[in-house]
Design a binder for this molecule. Structure first.
Ligand code: DTR
Ligand code: ZN
Ligand code: ZN
Length: 220
């Protein structure tokens, strides 16, 4: 059940889209979200076609399998993240006081197919963090806590409203250290995403392995 929501931020109309999968306990809503917009100077594929495609594929996999989860699932695609988390803030501000406490977790996916990837897990709600760490432990891939982005993506308005949050991130313009290159491969001193917010953030700017692993982690 897709539901568009439109909002205006000075002079412009933007859109969010949410889609609920029917069933599950609507008193325990688990949300997975990602932003659809990009910066004017960017082609927007790793940031954030990657997260948006992974959330969409997860929703389609849920539908294909006729999954009957205990909790209620909601998928979200945000507008105007790059203008200051405008869409996600609008969504959170417009949740009714009855509906806000029903959201038991919000999972954010912003840049999950970086071409020179790291594997970062948001360090917010401990149960959500553990779920992602367990997934990666099962693959035998080390993770690190995500420290670059606190407050820099669409989970921030949820966190500020008291919703437990978590997410995954494969790196932006920071450079990989030698310790990180030793654990994940790649080149020390080179950015995780050299095309961050640039015109070269095209489909060539995706590491398929990172996108695949992170997509599976969303489903997990
Ligand atoms: N908010 C981002 C990019 C970004 C930079 N650091 C982090 C850490 C965690 C998530 C996202 C980010 C953007 O859309 O530009
Ligand atoms: Zn961005
Ligand atoms: Zn982004």
């Amino acid at each position: 059940h897709p539901t568009p929501q439109h909002f205006t931020s000075p002079g412009r109309t933007g859109y969010n889209l949410t889609a609920d999968w029917p069933g599950g306990d609507t008193g325990q809503v688990v949300m997975a979200g990602s932003h659809l917009d990009s910066v004017t100077s960017g082609a927007g594929i790793n940031d954030n076609g990657s997260g948006s495609a992974a959330v969409l594929e997860t929703a389609l996999a849920v539908a294909r399998s006729g999954y009957q989860p205990t909790k209620h699932l909601r998928f979200a695609w945000w507008g105007a993240e790059e203008l200051g988390l405008v869409g996600a803030k609008y969504y959170v501000n417009n949740l009714s006081s009855a509906n806000r406490p029903r959201i038991s977790g919000y999972l954010n996916f912003d840049m999950i197919g970086s071409p020179h990837p790291g594997y970062f897990v948001y360090h917010d709600d401990p149960a959500i963090e553990k779920t992602f760490k367990d997934y990666y432990a099962g693959l035998g891939i080390p993770t690190e806590i995500e420290t670059e982005g606190d407050g820099r993506s669409d989970h921030a308005p949820f966190k500020n409203a008291g919703v437990p949050v978590g997410g995954l991130f494969s790196g932006a313009d920071y450079t990989k250290t030698s310790a990180q290159a030793a654990k994940w491969g790649g080149t020390a001193g080179q950015a995780f995403d050299r095309c961050y917010h640039s015109s070269c953030d095209t489909t060539a700017n995706i590491n398929d392995t990172a996108l695949d692993r992170n997509s599976d982690a969303i489903a997990y």
